[in-house]
Design a protein around this ligand. Sequence first.
Ligand SMILES: *Cc1c(COP(=O)(O)O)cnc(C)c1O
Length: 415
Amino acid sequence: MKKHIYLDHAATTPTDPRVVKAMAPYWTKNFANPSSLYYIGQRAKNTLDNARIAVAKIFNSQPEEVIFTGGGTESINLAIKGAVIASRLTPAHVITSNFEHHAVLNAVYALKNQGHEVSLIPVDAEGFVMQDKLWSEIQDNTVLISIMMANNEVGTIEPIQEIGAHLEKLNKERKAKNLPHIFFHTDACQAAGALELNVDKLHVDLLSINGSKIYGPKGVGALYIRRGTALKALVDGGGQEKNLRSGTENIPGIVGLATALNIAEQNREKENKRLITLRDWTIKKLLTTIPKTLLNGHASQRLPNNINISILDIEGEAMLLYLDEIGIQASTGSACTAQDLEPSHVIRALGRPYEAAHGSLRLTLGHSTTKEDLVFLSKKLPGIVKYLRQVSPINVDMNTLHSSIKKYPREIIKL
Ligand SMILES: *Cc1c(COP(=O)(O)O)cnc(C)c1O
């Protein structure tokens, strides 16, 4: 039988069988609409309430501050566009980083096209948002800052708590000057399951998560909305989810999300420890056995399951095809696919040149990952790289590469 080593858990996770089991009664048996007044409708409403209580517990929030959505992208769009539209300012100003998921970046581009102002803050060589530039970019009409909790490509964990605490102080000064409140959103789609999501400790007003990255179902998400944070709905209809997300609630999905989040929380510390050991072993092995490699992201302030290295002088897609041949599924920031003409904006934001983005390899570990899998990978990969380099026309000089990373202009982009 062909090997099957799935190392792409940042793309999506398999649904935990316990989650599937928890969802099972809500398809054919307890299928009622929670808005219906008869008994089985009210029972569905109860199920929905309990899922909300469970998620709120993980957020350390009130259940009324949690709404369910159709996934991470939808939560993020509602948080960002909803807060900007609700501010009633034109133009309103939004600050985010140049390092975010496309759900955030394309939401702010859309706002720009509607006449709003956007600043994209650069990150440093390890992927940390440059806070001095963030604070210097605040304007009188700034209404929202959105910074991801952990990056999906290179795993860097942003100092959300620190940014949130500073913003809280700034907001007090703004209040005295009658300037609009700046709300703080974090995209926690990758952080969920790995990091604590206590919204008070983080000092966030809005936090987005989804099911598909935490062994839950795809197409379901949650958004934390701190009391007092005004949002304008993006979908109008029957008024479900406090009028913020109309449409009959996805009860099986919501139960699945709440169950997955609970399981993740229970196993979090133990699983993180296991993954960090595997991660660090693999990073060291690959960096020492394959010449001309470079770790992307911070060495320790990174998600426990994330490995991302640039392997110079090769094309990432070719490497992925050879890995797939031996049963390993991984990901690259390269861009020879039909959808993307540019290589990863995340790897580029670190200051890595195109050559490094093209040869980047992301391995994201998960529950099923064993040491044997990673030993197998680290035995096979050097040979694949060696072969690809023999046919490669590229030959990057590492000293030039390192100095170009240092010299990379880290500028604020104003849209
Ligand atoms: C996956 C992901 C999203 C999008 O979530 P969907 O549920 O696929 O819509 C947004 N942000 C980050 C960081 C992600 O990893």
